[in-house]
Design a protein around this ligand. Structure first.
Ligand code: NAP
Length: 268
């Protein structure tokens, strides 16, 4: 692993869901590329592991162990970044729940007629949508004051295409895509860029219950033209681009990173 090329050198980046999967890979990559990284999630030990990796490559940061379902967490995380570094340049909203959560909370990843109001609120009013809203709302005042900032939201290919089930999840992910466009219009005028990354199947804990499907080559080919799931690092690379000055004129875009999954009408 390299120490990076300093593509976000000197910037302060807040990353939610930094303890595992896509968020962890993003936290480490932004840190290696010179950002002062502020990682948050509930599992402190894993956050500290990620920070040690960043430090091993000469980077720096802090971690804030907190539950985004608790009120006040978003403000607490942003305040920790402001207290430590004075400003926030980059916000990556990534913390989310999916199929693994669905196993533990039956109904949350179901088709609409099987979704209780409680299931709906668990996903929409939990980390998957409200968590993004709260983090963006918490970070915007300081970005507006600085007249500068880059927000990168992790949606999903399920934010731009439908699924047979997981309807609260698809609603949350679709909302993130369109909210990103709206923020791009409103805050682009103030130098704040908002963009969205839509991952396809990425090999993380979140989709552990379904990743086994890729073990069969025919199924893998039917699922994704590239015949494999993506790696968290492949999403982190897209986030790095959108967060960096390389994307200085990219605002309101939706970058699908899915191995071609959503590009075709039929498997074949
Ligand atoms: P993951 O490895 O399970 O990571 C999820 C992260 O969210 C963890 O760091 C987890 O940390 C954090 N999190 C969950 N609930 C939280 C809470 N209440 N408070 C604070 N943090 C919380 O899954 P992932 O695949 O990397 O998912 C990251 C994002 O990518 C999600 O938004 C997901 O919807 C999206 N995505 C994933 C895929 C995929 O195939 N993997 C595809 C499309 C989109 P703690 O448990 O430590 O709190």
């Amino acid at each position: 692993m390299s120490n990076g090329d300093g593509r976000v050198a000197g910037k302060v980046a807040v990353v939610s869901g930094a303890s595992s999967g896509i968020g962890r890979a993003t936290f480490e990559l932004l840190g290696r590329e010179g950002a002062k990284v502020v990682g948050t999630a509930r599992r402190e030990e894993l956050l500290k592991e990620g920070l040690e990796e960043v430090e091993r490559h000469g980077g720096e940061g802090i971690v804030v162990a907190a539950d985004l379902e608790q009120s006040g967490t978003a403000e607490k995380v942003v305040q920790a970044a402001l207290d430590q570094y004075g400003w926030v340049d980059i916000l990556v909203c990534n913390a989310g729940v999916g199929w693994k959560y669905g196993e533990e909370h039956p109904g949350t990843m179901a088709a609409l007629h099987e979704v209780s109001l409680e299931n709906w609120q668990d996903v929409i009013g939990g980390v998957d949508l409200q968590g993004y809203f709260e983090l963006m709302r918490a970070v915007l005042p300081s970005m507006i004051e600085a007249e500068s900032g880059a927000i990168v939201n992790i949606s999903s290919m399920a934010g731009v295409t439908g699924l047979y089930d997981a309807h609260p999840y698809t609603a949350a992910k679709g909302a993130i895509v369109n909210l990103g466009r709206s923020l791009a219009i409103t805050y682009g005028k103030q130098g704040i860029r908002t963009n969205t990354v839509c991952p396809g199947f990425i090999d993380t804990a979140m989709i552990a219950p379904v990743i086994g499907a890729f073990d069969d080559p025919d199924t893998a080919a039917a699922l994704v033209p590239m015949k494999r799931p993506g790696k968290p690092e492949e999403i982190a690379a897209a986030v790095l681009f959108l967060a960096s000055d390389d994307a200085s004129y990219v605002n309101g875009s939706t970058l699908v990173v899915d191995g071609g999954c959503t590009s075709r009408s039929f498997a074949g």
